[in-house]
Design a protein around this ligand. Structure first.
Ligand code: UDP
Ligand code: MG
Length: 319
């Protein structure tokens, strides 16, 4: 009998969790006849009653496992913890806010089990109900990512996906600290089938992603998967050298022929300002990569567990 692990990162989801659990339970009993389930909730250091709800669910239903972090480590860490501690032959990552329709589960499972894919992933074909400026920036980001990295990130791709054990193990083996899962999913390879669906509004509570958080996250993605920004300063440097060479030739000829090179105070100031700007910008880019390297070499754990009802996987295998 196959076993599916459902990994659910939750951060302050006390309002959405009951809806989610009911919907998932319905799908698990109605659409899956001979499949065993394990639902692994990862409480990402919520300050509300999320953990209390999870404990209650675990008492009611033996399929429920939970891990609770000592503080908020972010969705990336929560997903990693879920994958690392899952035991199923297939693992699906799912948001707790019902934006990932549970009805797609059975189709995803069939795709991986019978159609020879390693992964069934989902993408939203529209972004109805989302602020316009946010959708615009998201599109721009995906476009840029596709241009400057070698990995292919599909527009509107969600983290909602069902993967084979083999692929999950590959993802776990990528143990980097600055995690950008959409990139890692694509980087590990394997055959992925994309299922499409219309955007669904979150059922309750509100999104935990501010515009600012998203912007920083997009930097994370670029720095993690591309070194193109590092080349930008070299390119600008070469162009400026060429320009200044032309300017020198111009000034020398003007002095020799018309004897009047000694003006242009204002233009000088503008040029100096612009060059200092470019220099600081380049140093800033260097700094971004240095900072990421710094965090990476410290090898801090991705998460710290405070409370849980799981038996760690390594432990399981020993017994
Ligand atoms: N989440 C998390 N840690 C965080 C932020 C979010 O585990 O620091 C979880 C959240 O509970 C939800 C999922 O990640 O299950 C997606 O978050 P959200 O719905 O806020 O993001 P959106 O769907 O708007 O991208
Ligand atoms: Mg959401």
């Amino acid at each position: 009998m196959d076993k599916i692990s459902v990994v659910v990162p939750c951060y302050r989801e006390e309002d959405a969790l009951p809806h989610f659990w009911n919907a998932l339970k319905k799908v698990m009993t109605e659409e899956f006849k001979d499949v065993e389930f394990e639902v692994l909730f990862v409480d990402d250091g919520s300050s509300d009653g999320t953990l209390g709800i999870l404990k209650k669910l675990a008492e009611e239903d033996s399929r429920v496992r939970y891990i609770s972090f000592s503080r908020n480590f972010g969705k990336e860490s929560a997903m990693y913890a879920g994958l690392e501690n899952s035991t199923g032959d297939y693992v699906v990552v799912m948001d707790a806010d019902m934006q990932d329709p549970p009805e797609l589960l059975s189709e995803m499972y069939r795709t991986v089990k019978h159609d020879g894919y390693d992964c069934a992933a989902t993408r939203r074909v529209n972004r109805i109900g989302e602020p316009k400026i946010r959708s615009f920036c998201a599109r721009l980001f995906y476009k840029l990512m596709r241009k400057i990295t070698k990995i292919d990130i599909v527009d509107g791709a969600r983290d909602y996906r069902l993967m084979s054990r083999q692929m999950v193990d590959a993802i776990i083996s990528v143990g980097e600290y600055n995690r950008f899962s959409k990139g890692i999913f694509s980087w590990v390879g394997f055959n992925t089938k994309w299922l499409e669906y219309e955007n669904v509004k979150r059922v309750d509570g509100e999104t935990k992603w501010s515009f600012w958080k998203l912007l920083l996250y997009s930097f994370e993605g670029i720095v993690a998967f591309s070194t193109v920004p590092l080349a930008i300063s070299s390119i600008i440097g070469i162009i400026l050298c060429l320009v200044s060479f032309a300017a020198i030739v111009f000034v020398v000829i003007r002095q020799l022929v018309w004897h009047n090179s000694a003006y242009g105070w204002a233009s000088m100031v503008s040029i100096i300002l612009m060059l200092s700007g470019i220099q600081l910008f380049s140093i800033g880019i260097l700094g971004q990569y240095l900072a990421k390297t710094y965090l990476e070499v410290k090898r801090r754990p991705l998460y710290i567990i405070k409370d849980s009802n799981i038996i760690r996987r390594e432990h399981n295998e020993e017994n």
